[in-house]
Design a protein around this ligand. Structure first.
Ligand code: ATP
Ligand code: MG
Length: 369
């Protein structure tokens, strides 16, 4: 999969610009605050229909513009395709694939990207939310229905949280509490099976990458952790549903008393082990970074096996955060697909990667070689 050309109108600090990409490596360089990450963000939008930096689409619109338009020519699934995203604050976002209206969730059927930014390097040491986000966005790329169930779960979760917070003032709110809890259990049973299945694939794909990468054959292992009453996350949806309901029932009183939603898959985690020890607790900074890289590269391999094509790899500012050995490892592994790499002028990365060099200054592309 590759993006051949992108035309941005009123997107972030781009007023009007068209950028042509090479099908392999593209190094986007320039000083700070010139529009490198903005360009990466626009390509990310083509696969997700949303940004990775903000939940608010209106922030994507150039300060001087009332709307933004992203138009891209792609090659994916063996043919030429176009994606157009139009954002006009106050109106629903408009997404067209080959001129046909689509939802944001459906974009992953046309284009897939894997983003790797400095935050991802903290994947191992940070709290569970970061790892859950990784699972959610990776699964959503290959299973669009996952996003729909997750959206429904989050909607129910928000309602339930509000009931638990406000019932003291309005006790009748508790009448609907069980209805929301039950809906959440139903969604959870389905989401757990997706998360468990994806973790198993990620474990299988990341272990050999990490073994190579670590040099001395370190063993990387991943375990999916969910609600404690779930004995087997691969069992039937019905069985998992009853096990979650059981957990829910046991915590009902505590939830009402504490005013908080204590049980559910919004607390799930992906446990990462290196040589049998918890990486979060015991890995060195270098080991943790290596593991994060291995997991991200594994995400790319899984997309290849799903679609038969490599997704576009977006490396935003990540190479400058890595030592030379890790940089080389990544650069040696990214063949076969299109990659967009951002870096600052003085890092000398463009000289080592080959491919196209795109120089960005104040929201304009100054030169391409
Ligand atoms: P760095 O090397 O520091 O990461 P960068 O080149 O990646 O820099 P970007 O994150 O792409 O920089 O941002 C470039 C500029 O775009 C910033 O100065 C930012 O303030 C500006 N910007 C962000 N949103 C908008 C917007 N909606 N309208 C106009 N400018 C914006
Ligand atoms: Mg940047």
């Amino acid at each position: 999969m590759k993006v051949n050309r992108i035309a941005l109108t009123g997107f972030r600090n781009y007023e009007w610009e068209t950028i042509d990409f090479n099908g392999e490596t593209n190094v986007i360089y320039g000083s700070n605050a010139q529009g490198k990450t903005n360009l990466i963000e626009s390509v990310f939008m083509l696969a997700y229909g949303r940004s990775f930096r903000t939940r608010f689409d209106k922030e994507l619109v150039n300060f001087q513009y009332s709307s933004t338009d992203i138009l891209a020519d792609l090659t994916s699934h063996g043919r030429e395709q176009t994606v157009n995203i139009q954002i006009r604050p106050g109106n629903p976002k408009k997404i067209l694939v080959n001129g046909v209206k689509k939802s944001a969730n459906e974009l992953s059927q046309t284009l897939n990207v894997v983003l790797f930014c400095p935050d991802d390097l903290n994947l191992i040491k940070e709290g569970a939310a970061v790892r859950r986000r990784l699972l959610d966005s990776a699964i959503g790329q290959i299973r669009p229905q996952y996003n729909e169930i997750l959206t429904e779960y989050n909607r129910l979760f928000e309602h339930k949280t509000r009931i638990l917070k406000d019932w003291h003032e309005k006790p009748s709110l508790l009448d609907t509490l069980d209805e929301f809890s039950e809906g959440m259990c139903r969604c959870s049973a389905r989401l757990i099976r997706y998360r468990a299945a994806y973790t198993a694939r990620l474990r299988e794909a990341s272990a050999p990458i990490h073994r190579d990468f670590s040099g001395d054959g370190e063993k990387l292992d991943l375990h999916y952790q969910t609600v404690s009453t779930v004995t087997n996350p691969f069992s039937s949806e019905k069985e998992i549903y009853y096990e979650i309901c059981d957990h829910q029932e046991k915590h009902r009183r505590a939830e009402i008393e504490s005013g908080q939603c204590l049980t559910g898959i919004h607390k799930d985690d992906l446990e990462i082990m290196i040589n049998g020890n918890s990486a979060r607790n015991f890995a060195s900074q270098g080991q943790a970074r290596t593991a994060a890289l291995s997991i991200k590269l594994a995400e790319r391999e899984i997309l290849l096996s799903e679609t038969g094509e490599y997704p576009i790899l977006l490396l935003d500012d990540v190479l400058s955060e890595l030592d030379r050995k890790r940089q080389e490892f990544i650069l040696n592994r990214i063949g076969g697909g299109q990659t967009l790499i951002t870096c600052c002028e003085d890092e000398g990365i463009s000289g080592r990667t080959g491919g196209k060099v795109i120089y960005v200054e104040k929201g304009r592309v100054k030169s391409c070689t």
